[in-house]
Write a protein that binds this ligand. Structure first.
Ligand code: RNT
Ligand code: ZN
Length: 411
């Protein structure tokens, strides 16, 4: 008997159907963020990343143009199993003859991405880019007291809704459009309410854009602080939660965006009773919202468990969001994307009904023993079988090292 067959038998003892788990796993779409490939620079001429987010490291090989980025994504996808979507930012518009500012963007500026996605039979998710631009004034966009600034960004948001709808129409797959603004203050503000009232009004203006709610899911992502905006964030957790609930749009939780001992794994079940859909940015914060590559760690597994055991795979939009420039960028994509799937597989291989029963009968002794035993079940053999069925190599160090020889000359 080979290792996989043996593993199946062992899981069977726990009443876990391994084949069923593998069949579910390969259909769960994970939306891969395009911005890991080029350190969140984009193609619309930004000189430096702003908005209180930072990429650190100077590993060679950053993608500098659409051709390189698409090529790198192609290569990453060959090493990533499962079903993917591509998560784009508005600053990745591709201009052919004339350029357009953020408040002038049109679907045609994303035609090349649509062609790319269609070739791969995948959907596209989208993000307006409210950072790295000269119209970000004093760290403010949609909450700015300056009418010109606010109106510029409202127009950007409206344009993005139409582009999101274009993606959905072209690919035939719904588009998740996520709004995140960096707005905040470095030091203690004199007025906390004003910016939030203005943000609320700006969002309402953006939502006046007509769009098909079956095709476009608009999300709002909250945050606790950003670099240079340590004292106050306009789009805080409470603001965003109240906003999405009152307007019927989708909450997006990024697990780097909370106080260090707060965990998104515990928040999922607090959101599900009140929202048909929720969205996640899966990342790894080290001491702050540092956007390290996602690992197969406790919290990633716990997030996956909360999605699986609450039967919410069709209600949670899963996307990645990390940017590490200190290691090979493609390997960062692959490692993080694989780990999200590993965590989901791990969750799919737990006998949740049985464990709930133990909890409800207050048999916490057995529950602990059971959970600990499962940790050393032959998970790796099932994972390797998944890679094999998906035609993806287990080892990706060598292919990455080979590919990077070509990218090292990029300056
Ligand atoms: C920033 C947010 C946001 C960005 C992307 C690039 O803290 O997490 O989602 O990472 O929009
Ligand atoms: Zn995020």
């Amino acid at each position: 008997m080979n290792r996989f067959e043996e593993a199946k038998n062992i899981y069977q003892k726990y009443n876990v159907d391994v084949e069923k788990a593998l069949n579910i796993l390969k259909e769960i779409p994970i939306s891969m963020h395009c911005w890991q490939g080029d350190d969140v620079v984009g193609f619309d001429g930004c000189e430096e990343l702003s908005g209180g987010i930072q990429t650190t490291g100077n590993y060679p090989g950053r993608a500098r143009n659409p051709k390189e980025l698409m090529g790198d994504i192609d290569f990453a996808f060959k090493l990533i199993p499962g079903k993917k979507k591509l998560n784009l930012h508005a600053c990745y518009a591709i201009f052919e003859n004339e350029t357009a500012d953020r408040n002038e963007l049109k679907p045609e500026h994303f035609k090349k991405w649509v062609e790319y996605a269609k070739m791969k039979g995948m959907g596209i998710d989208f993000n307006p880019t409210f950072f790295s631009h000269k119209m970000v004034k004093d760290n403010l966009t949609l909450s700015s007291p300056d009418d010109d600034v606010r109106n510029f960004w409202i127009e950007h948001g409206k344009r993005c809704v139409k582009i999101a709808e274009y993606f959905a129409n072209e690919t035939g797959i719904p588009c998740v459009m996520n709004i995140w603004i960096p707005d905040g203050y470095k030091d203690i503000p004199a007025d906390r309410l004003g910016p939030r009232e203005r943000f609320k009004d700006s969002l309402d203006e953006i939502l006046k854009t007509p769009y098909d709610k079956e095709k476009v899911y608009i999300c709002l992502e909250s945050k606790v602080f950003g670099i240079g905006m340590e004292s106050y964030t306009v789009g805080s957790a409470e603001f965003c939660l109240n906003y999405v609930t009152s307007r019927g749009i989708v909450p997006l939780m990024d697990n780097g965006h909370y106080h260090p001992t707060e965990v998104v794994s515990d928040k999922i079940s607090a959101m599900l009773p009140f929202h048909d859909k929720i969205a996640l940015h899966v990342t790894r914060g080290v001491r702050w919202d540092s956007d390290h590559v996602v690992l197969f760690d406790d919290e990633t597994r716990e997030i996956a468990k909360e999605i699986v055991r609450n039967d919410a795979l069709n209600r949670v939009f899963i996307a990645t969001d990390y940017f590490d420039a200190s290691i090979n960028r493609i390997s960062a994509w692959v490692t993080g994307m694989r780990n999200v799937q590993k965590a989901l597989l791990y969750a799919l291989l737990e006998p949740h009904e049985k464990m709930k029963e133990l909890q409800d009968s207050s048999d916490f002794t057995s529950l602990m023993i059971f959970e600990e035993e499962l940790k050393t079940a032959p998970f790796g053999d099932v994972w390797n079988e998944y890679l094999c069925r998906e035609n993806v190599e287990e080892n990706y160090i060598e292919p990455i090292k080979e590919y990077e020889i070509k990218t090292f000359s990029r300056k």
